[in-house]
Design a protein around this ligand. Sequence first.
Ligand SMILES: [Fe+2]
Length: 423
Amino acid sequence: MDTIESTYQGNAPIVLPKGLTWPGDEMQIPDWIYTDPQVAALEQERIFLGRHWNFVGLECEVPNPNDYIRSFVGAIPVVVARDADGAIHVFENRCSHRGAEFCRSYRGNGERFVCPYHNWTFDNRGKLVAIPFRRGVRGKGGMPDGFDMGEHDLRTFHVTTHNGVIFATACSDMESVEDYLGPEVLREFNTIFPGAEMKLLGIHRNTLPGNWKLYQENLKDPYHATLLHTYLTTFGLFVTSNESNVVTDQQGRHCVLMSRRPQGRPEVAKEEQADMQAFRQTMQLKDQRVLDYFREVDSPWTGSAITIWPNLSALRQQNILNTRLIVPRGPNELMMIWAVFGRATDDEAMVRHRLRQNNIFGPAGFLGIEDNEALKFVQDGLTRSLPRHGLAMLGDDREPVDTIITERAIRGMYRYYRQVMGF
Ligand SMILES: [Fe+2]
């Protein structure tokens, strides 16, 4: 069976289009990494097909034998399928005949995938198993002699799982996903994914008019939380005085933002209010239950937002548990696939609570919607104005970081990005 092999050898010289140079260090981020189509194409090769683990879905999305979902590795459409024996396979959603994206259902159950165009048929390991009229009709037409079905399977990715989370890579000698995350990030990752059985509550999909890296940045950026999000500050989920921490892996590509909310509505000091336009002292909730927090993990933090390079965000905020899969679609658009989940042991009331609380996040959530809009504003600014560079100068790069007024994680990500991309 063909596997997709990483094309990136780590030594090919980069020739940037004329005039594109990185201006100094990571405190300055040039516009062209968000807008240039050549950069977007190179990212597919060096990042999504490179030496990285890509998130493709959760095991609770394919709980039964022969379940499948559509997903993505970078911009490449794939199918994540569990075979009859329980093993998980990830293969390209591209017919080996004429290239059709053959799997049309977002999710389903079946042992066979039949391409709608000419009915070429594949099993759920990606093997080509049937070609209509392969030998022609009445001795005429059909495939040439010597045609070998075994040479035309779907191309597959290497797959691994950790505590119910599925990752795929084109790289044949990747380190384990645990080593890939590193010990600090893994520790927090395991509070969201402790290995307990998960229950899928729902999926959101949305597209945004912005570059995919802006979403990685957004989730590595605690600074904006109290400035953009009225809901967070006013109802005390996240204010500057909450205890917080920012942890990254050795290479700076993954990040965890942790915070602890005090019980009840926090006092917000006058001096902080002056810097927080979004704070609304008089606003009240009609239904307070949306803020209830039932402690369910052994962690001092009530919230943790994790970004795993290149395409996963995992969130535990109050009793919300979700993953976000970031799908690049050219330089100016991204798609988000959100999986909202609970534990298999949740009773009916806990499921209701998680779903009620999910209104905070999600594509149109009380605060999720603000990030969507902010990303659009950034992309508009980057594409419509004269080229310049953005700034990420807040905070310093020393550990540990117990303030949210920092852009350290964004700088770390771009330090790594520049290495991988050769910029
Ligand atoms: Fe945000």
